[in-house]
Design a protein around this ligand. Structure first.
Ligand code: FES
Length: 118
């Protein structure tokens, strides 16, 4: 079994057109996923870096949403055209692409530590 060094989770959640929350699928997430897989394959990284489909990552307004672990770097409004840059600069070079990084204050959701009863 491959031991992956990084996982890239790409939200591919789909909602109906009447849902006001929107969804990453409608913003091109399948193209983003395929672009990641192609970029990783091209560089011979597919056995150590895995691009995974993810359900809703609770950042719908910022979609297409991508998160890279174990780095815990969140990207927002990612398009297929951004993927080569993310793979080259972040996955290969170790430096997140700051123009696409979602700052902590932009992330929706609640830190578990802030709500110990949860
Ligand atoms: S639908 Fe993609 S983050 Fe919610």
């Amino acid at each position: 079994m491959a031991k992956f060094r990084r996982h890239v989770f790409i939200c591919t959640n789909e909602r109906g057109p009447d849902d006001s929350r929107g969804c990453c699928k409608a913003k091109g997430s399948e193209d983003v996923l395929q672009a990641f897989r192609l970029a990783l394959h091209k560089r011979g990284l597919k056995r150590i870096v895995r691009a995974n489909k993810a359900g809703c990552l609770d950042q719908c307004a910022n979609g297409v949403t991508v998160v890279v672990y174990p780095d815990a770097v969140w990207y927002g409004r990612v398009t297929a055209a951004d993927v080569e840059e993310i793979v080259e600069r972040h996955i290969v070079g170790g430096e997140p692409v700051q123009r696409l990084v979602l700052p902590p204050e932009a992330l929706s959701g609640i830190e578990p530590a802030a709500h110990p009863e949860a």
